[in-house]
Design a protein around this ligand. Structure first.
Ligand code: KG4
Ligand code: ZN
Length: 338
């Protein structure tokens, strides 16, 4: 069963063609493309929704043509079209959805709307290892931070989520305070990894609270930067502050995941979203005894369309589900995904 996936929820336009081989088999990715807009938004220090939507509109037909020529198949051979319809930026979601709807209508193919977070979680299934429900997912990206209990494909329970900034956003805003260009999370982390300890202390973020909160951390960092402005011109000092920032964010994620594991008997954890690339986070999670950590390939941790094609294809193949009344849902909770 071949599915075309389209993703435009934020600042990446992505297409994928994927053959779904059943839930116990690794799917075949026939072709996948991602066009990132980071360079476009860099001068504004964050994603500008109007510019992002316009860029999607420009990219969609180009990527559509390219993906079929790379895979060497035609739209007629596709069994269903999957598209992200939330959560995300409304104008961006609508671009992908309108494009997908037009394709589905013209080619008389079924359309399946997919939840972006559900996509991130099942990016774990694009690897060889088999995901066995129930498992926990730690979704950490620029826009989302959630611990999700995956009871089965389609049944999700959010155990913790952020009440303000997402983990990636916390990395990026901190990176900005240290003078890195947007997004900056990866650069901050690379600098942090050059030292092994830090004289700086930052609050252990919201350890006892139910959800995550990273906005207080940003204020604490801003104060530290102001107080140590001269010192921070030295690369070593900057690295030590980066270390403390990373340590504080990672501590919050790991602490809450351990708590969730103690309350929910799950052996597998899928770590997904762009921040899954963070080596300090991966190391801390790998150190948890008895845990099978599944991290998708780096390209599938970032926003991509293979994960959307997988979820849409599986929903259509297993449950025969199609979306008759597609609607953009900027704040769509994973709990209502199915
Ligand atoms: O999943 P993603 O591509 O986009 C969203 O859905 O938001 O995640 C991008 C986020 C950015 O905030 C970026 O700075 C962060 O992931 N990121 C990292 C690292 N690599 C990417 N944060 C910390 N350490 C990294 N190594
Ligand atoms: Zn994402």
């Amino acid at each position: 069963m071949i599915t075309l996936g389209i993703e435009t929820s934020c600042d990446e336009t992505a297409f994928a063609l994927l053959r779904y081989n059943g839930s116990k088999q690794q799917p075949d990715i026939l072709a996948e493309l991602v066009s990132s807009q980071i360079a476009l938004h860099q001068e504004y220090g964050g994603v500008v929704p109007e510019l992002a939507a316009r860029e999607h509109l420009r990219n969609l037909p180009l990527l559509h043509e390219q993906i079929f020529s790379e895979a060497g198949i035609t739209l007629e051979e596709v069994d269903c079209i999957s598209v992200t319809s939330g959560p995300g930026l409304k104008g961006c979601l609508l671009m992908g959805m309108h494009f997908a709807q037009a394709l589905a209508r013209a080619a008389e193919k079924p359309l399946v709307c997919v939840n972006h977070i559900e996509g991130h979680i099942w990016a774990g299934a694009l690897k060889k290892e088999e995901l066995r429900t129930p498992f926990l997912a730690l979704v950490v990206s620029g826009g989302h931070t959630e611990i999700v209990h995956v009871h089965n494909f389609g049944t999700y329970e959010v155990l913790a989520k952020t009440i303000d900034d997402a983990a990636g956003e916390a990395f990026d805003k901190s990176a900005n305070l240290l003078g890195f260009p947007y997004p900056g999370g990866a650069e901050l982390s690379a600098l942090a990894d050059t030292v092994k300890e830090s004289p700086f202390t930052l609050p252990k973020v919201m350890r006892e609270a139910e959800g995550f909160s990273f906005s207080g951390l940003k204020t604490a960092i801003a104060l530290l930067v102001k107080k140590n402005l001269n010192e921070l011109s030295k690369e070593r000092k900057k690295a030590e502050l980066a270390y403390a920032i990373q340590d504080s964010i990672v501590d919050s994620l790991v602490f809450k995941l351990k708590k969730a594991l103690s309350l929910n008997a799950c052996k597998q954890v899928v770590l997904c979203g762009g921040v899954a690339a963070n080596s300090a986070l991966r190391k801390s999670l790998t150190d948890i005894e008895g845990l099978e950590l599944i991290v998708p390939e780096p390209k599938h941790c970032m926003d991509n369309a293979a994960m959307i094609a997988y979820v849409g294809g599986r929903r259509y193949a297993e449950q025969g589900q199609v979306t008759n009344n597609p609607q953009a849902r900027p704040r769509w909770s994973i709990e209502d995904a199915a």
